[in-house]
Design a protein around this ligand. Sequence first.
Ligand SMILES: Nc1ncnc2c1ncn2[C@@H]1O[C@H](COP(=O)(O)OP(=O)(O)OP(=O)(O)O)[C@@H](O)[C@H]1O
Ligand SMILES: [Mg+2]
Length: 465
Amino acid sequence: MSDTLLIIEDEQLLGSELMRHFRHAAWDVVWARTFKDARRHLFDRELDPLVVLSDINLPDGNGLDLLDEVRRHGGRGEWVLLTGYGEVPDSVRAMRLGAFDFLTKPCEQDHLDLVINGAARGARAQRRLQDESENRARRYMPDSFTGRSDPTRKVRELLTKLTQVPFSALIITGETGTGKGLAARIVHHGGPRAAGPLVEINCAALPHELLESELFGHEAGAFTGARGRRRGLLEQAHGGTIFLDEIGEMPVDLQAKLLKVIEDRSLRRLGGEREIQVDVQVLAASNQNLEEQIRNGGFRTDLYHRLSVFKLELPPLRERIADIRDLVPQFIAEYNAIAGRKVSDIPDEVWTQLESYHWPGNVRELRNVVERCVLFATDQRFPLEWLQLGSAAPAADAQGGTSVGEGRLCLPLDGSMGLDDMVGRIIEVMLHRNGNNVAETSRVLKTTREKVRYRIEKYNIKVSE
Ligand SMILES: Nc1ncnc2c1ncn2[C@@H]1O[C@H](COP(=O)(O)OP(=O)(O)OP(=O)(O)O)[C@@H](O)[C@H]1O
Ligand SMILES: [Mg+2]
């Protein structure tokens, strides 16, 4: 499909010349000879041109008035304006209306091509952004938090309220895979800050110093290795939302700094003097019990109170089993579409097993199970043989569902173990096998000693000498 270029030009000769030229360049050209004609295309026929090339002085109106009207109606597309030689264009007004460029007639063809191509690139980028954000807004509505159970209904009600009021902070708690990330996206994309950025950071993923400079940014030379200045994530989230995942892992001194930012609505970059205003909504998620962490000194009471003005508690899937009846068809439809399958019959035995399992990995685990079954399905039937849910009771394995065999290590792929825990477990087992010898362990794992040492510290692995 070729892109539409709307030419608004009353001069017959110039108009037909432009039309011929741009048709040749594979544009779908529409030529309007008057102001009224152009209005008819843009409003009555809802033409959505990628680029508009418009004369300013038309016999029955002004090109800028038309641009003004289009913008007020939310019309998109880039506008390039043409003025006659010797006319003084109302450039201030044109800039305010977001015109792409001004050209004076007569205009060199090469230059005109350059400008129109630039405008087309800009318009395409804008369109992509707009489509993406509309997509996200559709995908992340409170209704996208699927499930018919009472607890889930309550979650949806609270999500709906949260998208309707401006608020500064929210704590989202729940076991792994219960939908904390999904809830955060719904709150942002469904709420008044949807047009602003959503910046996500996992506080468990970075060591202390890096987390600090990521969050607060730094000036050049603030610390060794700080080349150049950098805006931190809190600054980048200005006007939008920051999602602090696994907030329970944030070091206590950074918690104090974060609290100050929330209260003062301003921050200083590392090594910086200047106070920078930031307006952010803070969503903090945790799968740990923060109240308990407060008791043993791992989390600051004041930050907790500041963040927990609103609290969203996501119950584990085993406490809302009724949701499975809605989640499963939704996930089947998704994977049918991705993998070109047509699974539609779900045998009773499948429901029975799904509804009696304890779901340690919650909705994520359910999603993974459905994915596997849809991919392995050979006809319309949901394949019972691929459910493989294991026992109905929690695995009585001290190693969190892993087991070590001769020369191999088994890790659960049912969503009950996250990547970080897997990596930690691998290092732990390898160290043990290699007599706690870091050099030997790093050699076998084909990595560096530094990386192994870093991970020993990060995952708090006990190394008995
Ligand atoms: N109520 C729900 N409706 C539809 N999809 C859901 C729902 N809850 C969770 N999901 C899906 O389950 C998966 C896991 O959810 P999510 O990543 O939000 O969990 P989480 O609580 O952030 O987990 P973790 O603590 O491990 O980060 C995602 O694919 C998410 O879209
Ligand atoms: Mg998450």
